[in-house]
Design a protein around this ligand. Sequence first.
Ligand SMILES: NC(=O)NC(NC(N)=O)C(=O)[O-]
Length: 372
Amino acid sequence: MTGPSHSTPTAPGAPTPTAPGAPTPTAPGAPTPTAPGAAFTGLTDLASRALGASVVAANDELFASRENLINPGEAAFDPQAFGHKGKLYDGWETRRRRDAGHDWAVVRLGAPGIVRGVVVDTAWFRGNYPPNVSVEAAHVADYPDAAALADAQWTTVVRRTDCAGDAKNYYAVEDPHCWTHVRLSIYPDGGVARFRVHGEALPDPRFLTGTIDLVAADNGGRLEQTSDAFYSSPAQIILPGRARHMGEGWENARRRGGGNDHAVFALAAPGTVRHVEVDTGYYVGNAPGWVRLSVADPRGSDLETAAWTDIVAKRPVVPDTRHRLLVEQAVEGTHVRLDVYPDGGLSRLRLWGEVSASGRELAEERWRRARP
Ligand SMILES: NC(=O)NC(NC(N)=O)C(=O)[O-]
């Protein structure tokens, strides 16, 4: 049965918390309110550890470890903190060079993907930031070690360009190919707090077989719209693994008017959901009272006018619980809408089902077209 229409108005694209003092959302894919014109920051951060990325190599990390580059969350700074090798920084920092070379670090992305833009965040690096950076990318099969990666075919996606200190530096990427690794180069040396690589996850379609989580970010699921991401973004609830605390889920503000909060996700590929997990884990005093899930297939039309069909009709949920629910009717769709009533947080959403035959063709075609 098709449910009643959803009336809450929403802007397509990433949500933007607007209240003064709102904490900055930190998940991959979370909107970044301080990014003027950088629309790509609403896309998944393929380089985040929360998606399973790692910093597989760096030529130097004497002052601060390369792994910090991909930590979710803003970099911290303690002016009093010194170690045996110097000032402690929450980032990656190399020593002062005395030759003509430059420093680099290689990130294996959490999922292969098309990169739409990168952020080189030099937060707190004021007298020791790199004045120039560049970014290259490679598509490599399997899990090569650092030595094999050095011989990979690297394509420049951000040409050597200026970089400011103690700032988020945004660089759009035009290249349409799908990459597995990126290499950040800094000239000649210095410190970078965080490195974000925003884009569209594009997994090898051979992994999209059988029963899979159709909305998982590492399968290519993504947040398309939300009514409110005041404390943290719904993009977080489709990340791998269970949340470790409330900060790793979606938390909106207390709703004081009418209506209800919602989020719309694009599925990894068109498919049919069979059962779901609605996890209110760690939401104890702020879980929704009720939830509802519906699917739509706006191929040939658009999201705003799409007809939504309930797969889980509005039903009560309880705090701090992983609800496993069977869907009421199996319908093929490309998008899923999650409504929470009247507001409240979730830590994870899983949509288990199969990619349809047309979805499979689409995924294979996308993969073929994007291979470098
Ligand atoms: N005060 C500093 O940050 N100095 C040095 N860096 C660290 N981490 O001590 C340097 O030379 O860049």
